[in-house]
Design a protein around this ligand. Structure first.
Ligand SMILES: NC(=O)c1ccc[n+]([C@@H]2O[C@H](COP(=O)([O-])OP(=O)(O)OC[C@H]3O[C@@H](n4cnc5c(N)ncnc54)[C@H](OP(=O)(O)O)[C@@H]3O)[C@@H](O)[C@H]2O)c1
Length: 251
């Protein structure tokens, strides 16, 4: 499928703004989902398609998802509403999509499978959002970035890991580039990886960068060590996973 139009969820955020810019440079037509048009106009390049929506309310997302070929999720809750925003953004976007399944690039986080290490409920809600994406039937890539901007000037080389055991940093522009390139590179489909930057040159062959990774085969990242059983999850999660599956299988 040819990707032309891409919705950037969290378009006014630090990664979302970079993703809009990278998408423009890659020849795509980005649409930014925003809450405040005036603020977005000051932050984003003139002419960027802006659509207003609230990620916590599915009924406000219909215009945002209309006719898009792909979606990049870069949202994050800065007010602590992890269920409503970090998870709800993905659940509500699939609700708004109905049976349509565009290409997805989801920004998640390292540590989403490492409970009890001081990061609180946010990692559970992000892990559950990953579950929705893997269950959806969309061609997807899930990127778990390391710590933003914990990189030095020569750190152009990207390291992709699987299993959620690593730690390190990555630049915001590097992350935005990977999210956009994942949409445009078939060897990234169906894969989940942690993203770090180290000393060395930036990648030039995106297909070769993603190709060695293993594809997921279920709810979790393919090499994740800690797996929460669905039966231990709130009923809402079980219902949402079933709903995203059913939206395509019953169509
Ligand atoms: N910091 C790190 O090192 C690190 C590492 C890995 C992962 N992460 C993850 O990265 C995320 C933060 O990314 P960031 O720094 O780019 O965040 P950010 O700059 O705060 O951007 C968050 C975006 O989400 C949007 N948003 C929040 N609630 C919304 C709602 N109800 N409806 C519509 N849009 C909404 C914000 O819109 P407004 O502009 O209108 O507020 C903004 O565009 C967090 O989830 C964090 O867990 C961070």
């Amino acid at each position: 499928m040819t990707i032309s139009s891409v919705l950037v969820v969290g378009g006014t955020g630090s990664i979302g703004r970079a993703a809009v810019a990278v998408a423009h440079e890659a020849g795509l037509t980005p649409r930014a989902l925003v809450r405040d048009v005036g603020r977005a106009q000051r932050m984003l390049p003139t002419g960027t398609d802006l659509v207003v929506g609230d990620l916590t309310r599915a009924e406000t997302l219909t215009d945002a998802v209309r006719d898009v070929d792909a979606i990049i999720f870069t949202h994050g809750s800065n007010a602590g509403d992890h269920e409503g925003v970090d998870y709800g953004a993905v659940a509500n976007t699939f609700h708004a999509l109905g049976s349509r399944r565009p290409r997805i690039a989801l920004m998640s986080s390292i540590y989403v499978t490492r409970q009890g290490q001081g990061y609180g409920p946010v990692i559970d809600w992000k892990r559950r959002a990953e579950w929705l994406v893997r269950s959806s039937g969309s061609p997807y890539t899930i990127v778990r970035p390391g710590w933003f901007d914990r990189v030095g000037p020569g750190d152009g080389r990207l390291t992709l890991e699987q299993g959620d055991t690593g730690d390190g940093g990555v630049g915001r522009d590097q992350l935005a580039t990977v999210l956009v390139r994942a949409l445009l590179t078939d060897t990234a489909i169906g894969k989940t990886f942690e993203l770090f930057a180290h000393g060395g040159p930036a990648p030039s062959d995106w297909s070769a960068l993603f190709a060695p990774l293993d594809a997921d085969a279920g709810l979790d990242g393919v090499h994740d060590r800690t797996r929460v059983p669905m039966s231990a999850e709130p009923v809402r999660i079980q219902q949402d996973v079933e709903a995203v599956r059913a939206a395509v299988t019953h169509n």
